[in-house]
Structure formats: C-alpha cells, structure tokens
Design a protein around this ligand. Structure first.
Ligand code: ADP
Length: 322
C-alpha cells in the first residue's frame, strides 16, 4: 500500500481548494499515510519545496479562499527534463502518490508525470471556470457564480437609476458556464457566450424590444471567451439608442470564502482521491456526475467535447431575458 503521498495546487486559484487539501490530508492521515505538501505547484516540486504536513497545517482553512499551499505556473514542466527532476524530488522522500488540484493544464502535467515516472497521480478539478470535461462541477465554480450574482445586483441598481445598458464581463476562459448561469440566476437581460453564435444584431434587437415594453435597464452577461467587452460595447452603441457601459468584474471573482456547495464538493473529492491512491490507482481524475463522485482517466479531460449541452439553458436564459 502507498504510505507517503503529496498534495499540490496548480494553475489559477479557486475557492474550495483549501477544503480539498484539508479533506485529502485528514483522510490520508486517518489511513496511516504520511502526507507532504508541495508549495507553488509544479514550480515547488521542481525547486524541492516539499514539506511534511501535519494536522495543524490544515486546521482553520476550510472557510478560506485561495490556497494555503500557494500556486504558480511552471512552464519548465512542459519539458521532460524538468519533470524528471521534479519526480526525483518526490521519489527521494519515498513519495509514491500525488494529488494535483487544478485545471486542465495541471492535468496535462499530472498525466505526463504518471506515465513517465511511475508516480500515482490523481487530479482534482479546481477552477472557477467549470471548463473540465468529466465533471459536472469544478471546485470554485459555485462560489464564483455567487460572487458574480452579488455584483450583478449592485450594478443593476445603477443601471436602473440611469436607464442604462450595462455589459458585465465575467471570467470562464473559453467556457460560458459562469455567464450562462449568472444570467439565469441573476435575472440577466442578455447573454453572450462562446458556445453560441452571438450576433450583435440579435442583442440589439432584444434590447430594443425590452425597452418598448417599458424596461428601464439591461444587464448583459458577457463571457470573457467571447472577446473584449469594450469592443462589444462600441459595436452595440452603433445599434441602439440607450446609454451603454461595460464593466469587467476581474479578479474579485476568484477570491472569497467558499460556498457550502464548494466545500462539500471539495471534501468529497479530496477524500476520494486518497481512497484511489490507497487502492493503487493513478493517472485518474475525480469528478462529480449526477451527484456521484466518479473517476475517469486523466486524459478524458481533453479527449473530445464536454457532454454539457448549453443550448437548452441558453434558450431558457434568453426567453426569461425578454
Ligand atoms: P490550469 O491548471 O488552471 O489549467 P495552467 O494551464 O496554467 O492552469 O497549467 C498549470 C500548470 O500546469 C502550468 O504552469 C504547467 O506547469 C503545467 N502544464 C500545463 N500544460 C502542460 C503540458 N502540456 N505539459 C506539462 N505541464 C503542463
């Protein structure tokens, strides 16, 4: 049985990463494993920033955003020469299992590490973007969604008072999940996401129709993957008579105390990752599908399209935006 495991967080931080670290560490300790923390993701693995973790390290972190282990990008990790050095830093301590909490970039590193160096690696999806194939939800998405909703409510006060059209750019990289769900949950009045055609003429038409029916404002959710919100603002100004403004929510979306949903999700995934290592499994990712914690080979994450069909929710959002 694997006796020593390490945990790292990699790529963009997401609220709930700490809850995953805590659950993995406590579960492993309960099984009698020795647990190590790796600071700054793959960069710290390469630079030998690896330390024995005790229970105290993970106490008081379940409600904290960000990641106590710190995170970093590490371009060197794309080079097999540097992966070999990093792997050796684990092996010299007798560490046989590694839990990587991060996005799909981090999964690529994890996959290569497990194939090249006989280290059992389990990936946990930690990103606000919800853009990982093989899981219905990623850790941090729900918290981020709620942060956006809070901002949308505030922005709407101004939009109404000044009778403006306000474009709100939200994160998500190439995925429209945050914008789509924020539009539905926030009562948004327009939506632009990369998964759908978004002709500016259609948005302009929708806004004009709303105004005919006495609406005083329009909040349009724009996924960052669609393009620069300032460009969309300029294009829209040419087509409607109302005053148009745009706001980029930016990094406020990444921080904050994790929601209950994200804490529970992270806890279940963290514990599952340890169960998998205990069973000798590696090269896998955990996910949640139909409220069950499941596993896939890590490469499943980039092998083909996500199963989520955006269209029904997109059409619902537009119907309710009228
Ligand atoms: P995320 O994990 O959130 O998608 P990145 O795409 O920045 O974030 O990836 C995080 C880290 O994972 C990178 O800094 C790099 O160390 C590693 N990584 C990303 N892509 C690869 C790859 N193709 N091969 C090896 N390592 C990779």
């Amino acid at each position: 049985m694997i006796k020593k495991i390490a945990i790292l967080t990699s790529g963009g931080d997401a609220p709930g990463m700490n809850a995953a670290i805590r659950a993995a560490a406590k579960t492993a300790m309960a099984k009698g494993m020795k647990v190590y923390g790796v600071q700054r993701g793959y960069m710290g693995m390469l630079n030998d920033e690896i330390f024995p973790m005790d229970g105290g390290y993970v106490s008081g972190i379940i409600d904290r955003g960000g990641t106590r282990l710190l995170t970093a990008r590490c371009l060197e990790f794309k080079d097999p020469k540097f992966r070999a050095i990093a792997a050796q830093n684990l092996k010299k301590r007798g560490i046989e299992g590694l839990i990587v909490i991060g996005g799909d970039g981090s999964y690529h590193g994890a996959d290569l590490l497990s194939k090249e160096h006989d280290i059992k690696v389990v990936g946990i999806p930690g990103t606000i973007d919800n853009d990982i194939k093989g899981t219905d939800f990623t850790i941090g998405f729900d918290t981020c969604l709620n942060t956006i909703l809070d901002a949308v409510s505030k922005i709407r006060d101004t939009a109404t008072s000044h009778e403006r059209t306000i474009l709100v750019e939200v994160m998500g990289r190439h995925a429209g999940d945050l914008a789509l769900q924020a539009c539905i949950a926030g009562g948004g009045d327009g939506l632009l996401i990369p998964e759908m055609d978004n002709p500016i003429e259609l948005l302009a038409f929708q806004i004009k129709e709303r105004r005919k029916h006495g609406k005083l404002h329009d909040i349009v959710l724009v996924a960052e993957g669609v393009g620069k919100v300032q460009d969309i603002e300029e294009a829209l100004k040419q087509k409607i008579n109302t005053e148009v403004r745009s706001v980029v929510l930016g990094h406020v979306q990444r921080g904050g105390t994790p929601s209950g949903f994200d804490r529970v999700l992270a806890t279940r995934m963290g514990a599952k990752a340890v169960d998998l290592l205990e069973a000798g499994e590696g090269g896998v990712m955990v996910g949640i599908e139909n409220n069950k914690i499941i596993t896939h080979p890590i490469s499943f994450a980039w092998d083909g399209e996500r199963s989520y069909d955006f269209r029904p929710d997109y059409e619902l959002a537009l119907l309710l935006a009228k």
